[in-house]
Ligand binder design. Sequence first.
Ligand SMILES: NC(=O)c1ccc[n+]([C@@H]2O[C@H](COP(=O)([O-])OP(=O)(O)OC[C@H]3O[C@@H](n4cnc5c(N)ncnc54)[C@H](O)[C@@H]3O)[C@@H](O)[C@H]2O)c1
Ligand SMILES: O=P(O)(O)OC[C@H](O)CO
Length: 428
Amino acid sequence: MKNILIFRKFPRKALSPTSWHRPHHLARFCTTPAASLLAPHRCSSSPSRPATPSRLLTMSLPKSDACRKSKVLVFGAGNFGSCLADHLADSQHEVFVWSRSPNIVQSLNDSHRNPEYLKDHIFPATLKAIGPEFPTAETIQQMDVLLFAIPTEGVRQTLAVLRPALDEDNLPLLIFVNKGVEINTRALTLEIIVDTCGPKIAKVATFISGPSFAKEIVRRQPTSVSVASLSKEAAQQASDLFHQPWFRCYTGDDPIGVELAGALKNVYAIAAGMADGLGFENNTRAMLITRGLAEMTRIGTAYGASPLTFLSLAGVGDLFLTCSSTASRNFTVGYRLGKGERLSYILDTLGSVAEGVSTAKGLKKVIDDLAVSAPIASAVYGVLHEDKDVHEQAQALLCLPAMSELDLPSTPGRPAQLLMRKLGMEIV
Ligand SMILES: NC(=O)c1ccc[n+]([C@@H]2O[C@H](COP(=O)([O-])OP(=O)(O)OC[C@H]3O[C@@H](n4cnc5c(N)ncnc54)[C@H](O)[C@@H]3O)[C@@H](O)[C@H]2O)c1
Ligand SMILES: O=P(O)(O)OC[C@H](O)CO
């Protein structure tokens, strides 16, 4: 696969080994009695800033190019944008976060708190918020890394505004963490990037996905993610940027699979939540996770992704997390539907995005186009967007005829091949 690397060498300054081994907020939680090593604890000078289990303080990463300081601009100060900005600022990078909300910008800068998301968390004082105006071309051009943490429906518009500020011969690293499919076009983010920024930029775009609740990352609970790009070098650089003992990165070259997995698992999390809300128990959840994985793999393979990607952190890892926790917004939407609440009321009161609701719509078109069997996703679509009764959909699923367990489509790959052609590349 031929690939031209065009992004700028980053970062510029080397971190000192001390700061690398002990990110700044951890330095405030120095020694801890052995008995409390595993319990998150608090520092008297910063009472609400939670610590990493302190034995991590003794861990260090090998010195490499990663031990350098980058200038990062995060688009979106919601749960995930704020949490990743926090993580990178703690790793001594110079981090800016853009928000459309003047209230969030002011509060992050003045009191180091986000008044709408992760409200209990105190962010590093080094983190700077900008907005509500879109960042200027001058600001964008100073960055080594642009990190997009906004819902998929906002990516096309954001990239269209941003594009004139990008110099194809001197690109920052571009990282996307959204997990969804665009409703009207059924496009993945890689395709949105090709459409708005062109193939040269899309070839180096990098996608991070995996089991990663924002509220646990800010408490430095050990977390792992998949980092995928068509450019090996871009994936490695993104991994170097994020990798820490409590945030482990695993690189790969199947961005289409990683993206699809991240988007699809949200739909199955809604299904698992519905089952819980209806009163079904553990066997049923395990069935939904396993059959959901089979569906995801079938859809992904028909699309042209590698079936193995669905066994990754972005695949089964995130599916397992999101289908088994009430901390998931998608699971919560399903649970409340199962309990009989109306979707419009649930979305009005959720306070944050549940990407599975819009993805189920885009995904339905993908499933129909591919003529792939995805009864669980279709049932979720029926409840969300065709006003079908959740009990009836569950019953219809349970009454499906017996089938073969591990069928994969025999002629996979059309949409991915079309996308690769747009990129001037072929799947090998
Ligand atoms: N929260 C998590 O734990 C988590 C983990 C991994 C991935 N993600 C993914 O990250 C993405 C963002 O999720 P989140 O949890 O931060 O959502 P959120 O609802 O908490 O925040 C979304 C942010 O994006 C902003 N936004 C929305 N539309 C926008 C637009 N058109 N232009 C600019 N900004 C816009 C909102 O104002 C808000 O600040 C989603 O795709 C989600 O699936 C979230
Ligand atoms: O709260 P959810 O359902 O959007 O899940 C958040 C993340 O995607 C979990 O990895």
